[in-house]
Design a protein around this ligand. Structure first.
Ligand code: FPP
Ligand code: MG
Length: 374
């Protein structure tokens, strides 16, 4: 159990996870008297990190079961499919989706996890893994989590097939479960695919409204968060009204998570991101900072997005403009709104078996999402 906790929490919460710039990292500089004592904001972040760590600890036993279930699905006679799947799994990751599934079961007072929940949560993680394999090919992204992307290491065709393999394994797990889980899984996978197609780029003068942006990230990211949270609550046997509140919680938390992801692409260092920063600018991805920059009417934005293939210097100077503008603060404000919606949905739950400690941990996890660096 400790292993799984260390795997996730070390990545999410320890040394590397200062506030996304260099704000919190240089403890040595502080020891040398170069930096002042921790500010109030850093102290708050420390508390938040502890709360998020507690959330991982609360779910650690369930996460261990999910991890074992995922691993049990990776064997194949075609060795390369197992190798690619294991490679991706070993790269780590926050396991935030299975964590939501197990915590949402615990929230309703269920102390031992039904096998159906573990299978469904493993299914969600397998689907997530499949999307990452495919997404890196689509985005031509050479690195993931500071390592070569699977298609760089193993080739495009085997990686595509490994994604299909994982997806079918996920269906193998979920298809044996309740029709709610089957239908919710199907819906999430369709949304993931739609989101990826709708995303496109900001090339050729394409503009997106905030509403269109939210629709895309709702599909490409929040759909799986909703599924994870929903299967957790469903496994606890909640009322339809509470199930719908939990789904709303998952959806809104997923939106906040993706917006912070977009922000991190601008403000975080490459080693924290596990890939070069400014990738969304370089690829003209409709991330929230990019959309807001274009919306601001800044002529530099129009000029940047009209360059067919911006070079390194052009990307770096665009990144500098974004970093020094108030676009990041505006983006954070949008993330805040969705975090508020997620937290309100949790406060609206009516079950009388609610475990309030778990609810507090989920509330803190949402709060930490806003401040996270990974
Ligand atoms: C990552 O976005 C991409 C997604 C969350 C969705 C990917 C969906 C597909 C590839 C469709 C295929 C669907 C299935 C069900 C296999 P990102 O590029 O913003 O994130 P990143 O920075 O982690 O690459
Ligand atoms: Mg990508």
């Amino acid at each position: 159990m400790l292993d799984i906790y260390l795997l996730m929490s070390s990545e999410l919460l320890q040394g590397r996870a200062g506030h996304c710039s260099s704000e919190e990292r240089p403890n040595s500089a502080r020891a040398e008297g170069i930096l002042p004592e921790p500010t109030r904001r850093e102290a708050d972040l420390g508390l938040l990190k502890e709360a998020a760590r507690d959330a991982f600890l609360s779910g650690a036993a369930g996460l261990q079961l999910v991890e074992e279930r995922v691993r049990s699905c990776l064997d194949s006679e075609a060795e390369v499919l197992s190798s690619i799947s294991r490679y991706l799994l070993e790269l780590g990751g926050k396991r935030i989706r299975p964590l939501l599934a197990v915590l949402l079961t615990k929230l309703f007072g269920i102390s031992s996890y039904p096998k159906s929940l573990i299978d469904a949560a493993a299914g969600v993680e397998l689907i997530h893994m499949a999307t990452l394999l495919h997404d890196d090919i689509i985005d031509q992204s050479p690195t993931r989590r500071n390592h070569p992307s699977a298609f760089i290491k193993f080739g495009v065709s085997p990686t595509l097939l490994a994604g299909d393999f994982l997806l079918v394994k996920a269906f193998g797990l979920c298809a044996k479960l309740d029709p709610y889980i089957i239908q919710a899984t199907e819906r999430a996978c369709i949304e993931l695919t739609e989101g990826e197609v709708l995303e496109g780029t900001l090339a050729d003068g394409r503009r997106l409204s905030l509403e269109q942006y939210v629709n895309i990230i709702s599909k490409k990211t929040a759909s799986l968060f909703q599924l994870a949270a929903g299967i957790g609550a469903f496994s606890a046997g909640v009322t339809p009204a509470d199930l719908s509140r939990v789904e709303q919680f998952g959806r809104a938390a997923g939106l906040a998570f993706q917006i912070v992801d977009d922000i991190l692409d601008v403000v975080a260092d490459a080693d924290l991101l596990g890939k070069p920063s400014g990738t969304d600018l370089k690829q003209k991805t409709p991330s929230l900072p990019n959309i807001l920059w274009l919306e601001s009417g800044d002529p530099r934005a129009l000029e940047f997005f009209s360059i067919e293939q911006p070079n390194r210097a052009q990307c770096d100077s665009a990144l500098e403009v974004l970093r020094s503008s108030d676009i990041i603060a505006q983006s954070r404000a949008v993330a805040r709104q969705h975090a508020d919606t997620a937290q309100a949905a949790l406060h609206g739950l009516e079950a009388d078996t609610l475990d309030l400690t778990v609810r507090d941990r989920l509330l803190s996890l949402v709060e930490y999402t806003l401040e996270r660096c990974l």
